[in-house]
Design a protein around this ligand. Structure first.
Ligand code: AVI
Length: 323
């Protein structure tokens, strides 16, 4: 018999709050927007495409690290754990590990709930006996596991946060987030965090990964404007904006911006914003870490021990951090 996945939707922000947050970012002297607005339905599909492009090494490299070290990782994990996948997307990364990790339960969390539903229903058919739960939630500002999940007090929690999404937080935000993860995992003995981290490397390799020749990352970034139009009733026109992906070597981060190609005014009900040619909207940061720097961050967040797995070129790392 095939079980159907259970779904829990956490409404953390009402449409009016989302609109206000978004417009206040656009009105700021240095216009900015949260990277979470990159992910509407099309944005999630474009991100999937990014993971396949030749220049975007993180996904491929991380898969290789898991392929090579999954058995060793499984030895670190508590048996019969609940695997909590943060930002699960199409759930593929976790699903590949089911045969080795053998979780007792799978909880997939993602902001893009429609996309998650389709994915989880598909995986449930392939793993009919594994208990699966989908949670539609934005955990970027605060990670609180919903009580409806009814996590068992005997089941150790393993948080799974692959894909170097931690890089989308500033170091201060990352520390705060990791502290929240640590406290959620330490409730039951043996719990911990399995996390993918992109490492510092040459500017050339990084900038190619975030400004690819096919223009997929550009489409991903520019699609945010279409999302704004839907969420806030703005009248952005795609042809007025170009994608910028550059590496800030002082701050160890990739920055994505949208740059106005001419003087223009964007309007919405009750407001407007003038942009001069060359003016930018800052849409994403993607911080890169050193192995030592990230190990230190995990320690500061309260994790008791950690083990890093990397590829031979040390492009990327997966850390197991015991809560
Ligand atoms: C989701 N996140 C880790 C990706 C990254 O590499 O920062 C998002 C992305 N932005 C542009 N390309 C990919």
């Amino acid at each position: 018999m095939t079980t159907t996945p259970q779904f829990i939707q956490i409404y953390q922000a009402q449409a009016e709050h989302i609109r206000e947050e978004l417009l206040s970012g656009l009105r700021a002297t240095k216009a900015h927007a949260s990277p979470k607005y990159l992910y509407n339905e099309l944005g999630s599909k474009l991100f999937e495409a990014i993971t396949c492009i030749p220049e975007y090494y993180p996904t491929r490299t991380e898969v290789r690290i898991f392929d090579e070290h999954a058995h060793d990782m499984a030895k670190q994990l508590p048996q019969g754990c609940v695997l909590i996948d943060l930002g699960a997307g199409n759930c593929e990364k976790a699903v590949r590990l089911f045969p080795v990790f053998q979780p007792a339960r799978y909880v997939a969390v993602d902001i893009s709930v429609d996309f998650l539903k389709v994915a989880l229903e598909r995986w449930q058919r392939q793993f009919p006996t594994l208990e699966m739960t989908g949670v539609g939630m934005d955990f970027s500002s605060r990670l609180i596991l919903p009580a409806d999940l009814a996590l068992k007090p005997t089941q150790a929690r393993v948080m799974f946060y692959p894909g170097s999404s931690i890089g989308n937080f500033t170091p201060e935000e990352a520390l705060l987030f990791l502290k929240q993860v640590q406290s959620a995992c330490s409730v039951v003995d043996g719990g911990g965090l399995l996390i993918g981290v992109d490492l510092v490397k040459s500017k050339g390799v990084l900038e190619a990964a975030y400004d690819d020749a096919l223009g997929i990352t550009a489409a991903f970034n520019r699609n945010m404007l279409l999302h704004f139009n839907t969420l806030a009733g703005t009248n952005f026109k795609l042809e007025d904006w170009k994608h910028i992906g550059l590496y800030n070597t002082e701050l160890n981060r990739i920055e994505m911006h949208l740059e106005a190609l001419r003087d223009l005014t964007v309007t919405w009900e009750g407001g407007e914003r003038h942009f001069t040619e060359g003016e930018r909207i800052h849409t994403e940061n993607s911080y890169k870490w050193t192995l030592k720097g990230f190990e230190e961050l995990l320690k500061q967040a309260g994790f008791s021990a950690c083990k890093a797995y990397t590829d031979t070129e040390q492009k990327f790392a997966v850390f197991w951090a015991k809560a």
